[in-house]
Write a new protein. Structure first.
Ligand code: ATP
Ligand code: MG
Length: 581
């Protein structure tokens, strides 16, 4: 039996809900099939690509000194309670009970499990550094699974974890992993960019994401075209604003009937939006911190926090929800609660005299003679000034806005612009956020007990398949780069069922290519040539060798290279040499 295209179920029509090109093409070319929302089966063609990516990842990681392990998908609650994440994780973590009524989860990530292995097995600095990785299924009950395997609920991740006795050792490994990720993505022929990133649920101080650049990417990357700076919008910061000018205008109240949006107020008062400050009210952190043995308790009257921004700037949720006293995840306050606390509706609120703890964005703190709500319906202040009209402490001044195109990069490397990216990798400087609570310890050179410093390194294997297709397709199908292609050669045998000459030539070529270790797929279906060619375009294997009676008679075999769309004809005996060479 030969590897036949009969087992690759291609589709002529795109499923209606497949909203990005890679998802459409993965379904049509028969790489995947959906089982339920966010759950996919991988068919032969798709699985071969996964295996290619895994091989590249393994080769590069092993060359960097990482060692492979395999941890269970099902994890006991006790480990997650030790780090406090059992209660922090929220509904993204799928929880369940076993027959003894014990709590478990499907692992969304594996920091707790690896740290548990570490603390049991490794006790001396002499065993450090160590760097373990696995390629394993993860489950995250994503609120909005979409774009097929790009944001699935079950997916394959390469996750790695390193442990170090001191910071210098950690820094060296982090850099090594950073470089290793670059080599992996280069070998996959991807156009990518490494950017500074937020650390999210995983925690720790700093992190970098690796983004495959694509219009369909869910993430926005701010970068300086003329310099080095690049960061996910979630994290990106602009350079500090210039010092605030001295007050020139007198404070006055002005009537602004029915003007509630910044746009309306700015137009009505003929002041640029950048000099109108807006005040958003969000929920404060609950005083009773969630504890693992106790559900979060509702307080009688909710705490509120005010956030002041320039009218032309947007609040950055990720930055805001990290501030002390602010609910995480960030939640906007109800209109009713706002009215109870301030006596007026959200559209008229301003920082002057506001009796709510207030954070002021750096750029809003740098504005003089501003317009803002007067905490009275239909009234605004103009000529308002910090310090003179409202005290402003250093601690209240924070960076809580999204950067915008044209902002200066914080490192002086030029003005920021935006690109869209697909996050395929994320590496984290964890410090001791897991080793400390889980009491992992090693003895250092002087016999002292120290807490190891950790790093963690994630890469989305199944998401990478989609990302590669996003960067490598045209209107008729996928265009696999050779290093990641499911097969190298596609033999399209015309009239295979009826013509002995075609069947013999195709089978012989297939066997010879296999002997030479080239991966080859044979189209031996009883389909019309047009159908076969369309499917070959769709599947996108790098080399298409067409064998038909007419060509055989003249000993002119057609070799089409999908990437360059170039065709050459050559004698059958030459085909093998051409493909091997
Ligand atoms: P995202 O921001 O896209 O939700 P994340 O930051 O939560 O991802 P990490 O915890 O950093 O993800 O996971 C490491 C890698 O795993 C990501 O860079 C991504 O490539 C992959 N990944 C994460 N979530 C998914 C998912 N739902 N489906 C497929 N791959 C995923
Ligand atoms: Mg991430």
């Amino acid at each position: 039996m030969r590897q036949s295209q009969r087992l690759i179920p291609t589709l002529k029509e795109s499923p209606a809900d497949a909203d990005v090109a890679s998802h459409r093409l993965m379904l049509r070319a028969g790489l995947i099939r959906q089982v339920a929302s966010g759950l996919y089966s991988w068919l032969p063609l798709g699985l071969r690509v996964i295996r290619k990516l895994e091989t590249i990842i393994r080769e590069e990681l092993e060359a960097s000194g990482a060692q492979e392990v395999l941890m269970p998908i099902v994890q006991p609650a006790e480990l997650w309670q030790e780090t406090g994440r059992w209660s922090k994780m929220g509904p993204e973590m799928l929880r369940m009970k076993d027959r003894h009524d014990r709590d478990f989860c499907l692992g969304p990530t594996h920091e707790e499990v690896i740290t548990d292995i570490f603390r049991r097995e490794i006790h001396s600095y002499r065993q450090l550094p160590c760097n373990f990785y696995q390629i394993q299924t993860k489950f995250r009950d994503e609120i909005r699974p979409r774009f097929g395997v790009m944001r699935a609920r079950e997916f394959t991740m390469k996750d790695g974890y390193s442990f170090h006795a001191d910071q210098a050792c950690f820094d060296a490994t982090y850099q090594e992993m950073y470089d290793c990720y670059g080599r992996i993505l280069q070998r996959m022929a991807l156009n990518f960019r490494a950017v500074e990133a937020d650390t999210g649920n995983i925690g720790g101080a700093n992190s970098h994401e690796f983004h495959v650049l694509a219009e369909s990417g869910e993430d926005l990357i701010a970068y300086a075209p003329s310099g080095d700076y690049a960061a996910n919008l979630e994290k990106a910061a602009a350079a500090s604003p210039a010092e605030r000018q001295a007050a020139r205008e007198a404070l006055e109240k002005v009537a602004t009937p029915n003007q509630t949006s910044i746009e309306d107020v700015a137009a009505y008062l003929k002041v640029p939006e950048s000099r109108c400050l807006k005040t958003l009210i969000v929920q404060g952190a609950s005083e009773l911190e969630a504890r693992d043995d106790q559900p979060v308790q509702e307080e009688a009257s909710p705490r509120l926090v005010a956030m002041v921004l320039r009218g032309d700037h947007e609040l950055n949720l990720i930055k805001a929800q990290k501030l002390p006293g602010v609910a995480n995840p960030l939640r906007l306050a109800d209109d009713g609660d706002i009215q109870a606390a301030t006596g007026c509706k959200p559209g008229s609120i301003g920082p002057l005299g506001l009796q709510i703890p207030t954070y002021v964005d750096r750029d809003a703190a740098a504005v003089a003679d501003f317009v803002c709500g007067a905490n009275e319906e239909g009234v605004h202040y103009r000529g308002a000034n910090w310090v003179r009209d409202q005290p402003l402490t250093e601690a209240a001044i924070v960076d809580i806005r999204n950067v915008v195109s044209g902002d200066a990069a914080p490192d002086g490397s030029g003005d920021l612009q935006f690109l869209r990216g697909i996050e395929v990798g994320h590496i984290f400087q964890l410090g001791t956020v897991y080793s400390e609570p889980m009491q992992a310890k090693v003895l250092d050179e002087n016999g002292r007990s120290v807490t190891p410093i950790m790093g963690c390194y994630g890469m989305g294997v199944t998401r990478l398949v989609a990302a590669i297709i996003e960067q490598n397709h045209d209107e008729v199908g996928i265009i696999w780069p050779e290093p990641v292609a499911p097969y190298l050669v596609h033999i399209v045998a015309l009239n295979y069922g009826k013509s002995d000459a075609v069947r013999q030539a195709a089978d012989r070529l297939y066997d010879v290519l296999r002997e030479r270790n080239l991966e080859v797929l044979l189209d031996d279906r009883d389909e019309r040539p047009g159908v076969k060619f369309a499917d070959a375009d769709l599947i996108g294997i790098p080399h298409r060798i067409t064998i038909g009676d007419r060509g055989l008679k003249e000993d002119k075999i057609e070799n089409l290279t999908r990437m360059s769309d170039k065709t050459e004809t050559l004698p059958l005996d030459e085909v093998v040499n051409r493909l091997v060479g």
